[in-house]
Design a binder for this molecule. Structure first.
Ligand code: SAH
Ligand code: SF4
Ligand code: F3S
Length: 433
């Protein structure tokens, strides 16, 4: 019996990718997607464990969903993703009504459960040769921009981070599989691809490195634009900058380069393997080649032992680099990580107060970044109609900023050249020059 299914997704772009790949994988087996979770008889929740708050949100949602099983006992509800991998069978203790728990290397099992060919249960074995479900997540998505995962897992063991424990060891996907997937996406109308990995700079498939892969992708016909996340400063290379420079129309100089902290003591305790000086050297080499580069970042406040002076170094680093965007997080202890053995000694109100200072500094410099674009001419990719601004199309600038332009002047998927006339923090207005 085909299932009517829905997938709820929490977490990062990797999870979004896995969910859309799973959706298509189930659809080609005859199961029917529904946008409306109430009308589904098979619900999968894809979860994130990176911070306690993220984990609790997902578990709270599942608890809400399982109460519907009292009225409809045929309803099947399962959990996949990072919390499933982390907690495994403990999830059945927390939520006995769950039907299945699927670890990050076991996604195809969900299709077997939906098909009814194996019994429900718990499947969390790790598989180093698991590269993601064989499917094409881009068919009929109707989207201009799409993700392609190029590597899974992480070997970096930043001391605060649970990802290496829940996503397993790092593995790079074969380039022919990546290229075939992107070609297929392009044939289905996708114009922009974002290559995904926890540390794309350490991509290595039999000696083929990330800049070489990027160049192969840049040579795919009809692909308008390529982005990539995340860059780890310890593996960032000049060779990558050379490839970005070689394909100016295809690869915008936009780099998500998480700094995490501006203090060398904290960076060391975080096991990030670079100093603030090394980070600034990378930033200088980026701005030297691309004076208008967009450099965005992640910052954690209140890591164990972070002093006021350490924190000030983070704020100074933000001002020095002039990030186009900052994602900031309050430190959250994750069981099993190296940092969980350190004394979590920054009081919660201090963590929050520092977080607020990072947020306000981040907004100030992001606004300045946008204001500086007024008067410039930008090639923007038209993504779709703006929902909030009738009569406007929503496009993206090379930096990643949203640009609103007049509706009647371009088609979805076009790259058009506009002059920026006005700017708010995250939104620019463009007109034809
Ligand atoms: N691989 C990426 C990050 C993935 S997780 C990288 O290395 O940059 C996304 C962000 O979540 C991290 O950059 C970090 O800022 C934040 N994060 C990870 N673990 C955290 C924790 N325990 N508490 C607070 N923030 C955390
Ligand atoms: Fe976590 Fe560090 Fe790996 Fe990023 S590089 S996923 S922060 S361990
Ligand atoms: Fe969260 Fe897992 Fe991504 S822990 S950030 S969903 S890799």
């Amino acid at each position: 019996m085909p299932k009517i299914f829905h997938i709820i997704t929490y977490g990062c772009q990797m999870n979004q990718y896995d969910s859309s790949a799973l959706r298509e994988y189930l659809e080609i087996r005859g199961h029917k997607w529904t946008d409306d979770v109430q009308s589904a008889d098979f619900i999968v929740v894809n979860t994130c464990a990176v911070r306690e708050h993220a984990q609790n949100r997902a578990l709270g949602r599942i608890k809400g969903l399982v109460s519907a099983k009292r009225k409809n006992p045929a309803l099947e509800i399962g959990i996949m993703g990072c919390v499933a991998q982390e907690l495994g069978e403990k999830l059945f203790e927390k939520i006995p009504e769950l039907d299945f728990v699927i670890g990050t290397d076991q996604i195809p099992v969900i299709a077997q459960i939906a098909d009814g060919t194996i019994a429900r249960g718990i499947f969390v074995q790790t598989r180093q040769n698991f590269y993601g479900v064989e499917s094409n997540a881009h068919i009929n998505s109707g989207r201009v921009s799409s993700f392609v995962t190029i590597m899974r897992g992480c070997d970096n063991f930043c001391s605060y981070c649970i990802v290496p424990y829940v996503r397993g060891r790092e593995r790079s996907l074969p380039p022919d599989r990546i290229i075939a997937e992107i070609e297929n996406a392009v044939a289905n109308g996708v114009r922009e691809i974002t290559l995904l990995g926890q540390n794309v700079n350490s991509y290595d498939y039999g000696g083929l490195d990330f800049p070489e892969l990027l160049e192969m992708v840049a040579n795919i016909d009809n692909l308008a634009r390529i982005r990539f996340v995340t860059n780890h400063p310890k593996d960032f290379s000049e060779k990558l900058l050379d490839i970005v420079e070689k394909y100016p129309d295809k690869i915008p100089p936009a780099f998500h380069l998480p700094i995490q902290s501006g203090s060398d003591n904290v960076l060391h305790a975080m096991n990030r393997k670079y100093t603030s000086e090394q980070y600034f050297d990378i930033v200088d080499s980026i701005y030297k080649k691309f004076p208008d580069a967009a450099i965005s970042t992640d910052i954690i406040t209140g890591f164990p032992g972070e002093s006021e002076a350490d924190f000030d170094a983070t704020i100074s680093a933000m001002k020095r680099v002039r990030f186009s965007g900052t994602f900031s997080f309050r430190y959250s202890v994750r069981q099993g990580t190296a940092a969980s053995k350190l004394l979590d000694n920054v009081p919660n109100d201090v963590k929050i107060e520092r977080l607020n200072r990072v947020i306000s500094t981040g907004l100030e410099i992001a606004e300045e970044y946008s204001q500086n674009l007024i008067g410039t001419v930008q090639n923007v990719l038209v993504e779709g109609k703006s929902r909030k601004n009738p009569g406007k199309l929503r496009a993206t600038a090379p930096s990643g900023r949203t640009v609103l332009i007049d509706e009647n002047s371009a088609n979805i998927g076009d790259i058009v050249t506009v002059k920026i006339t006005d700017a708010k923090i995250w939104i620019l207005w463009g007109e034809y020059p």
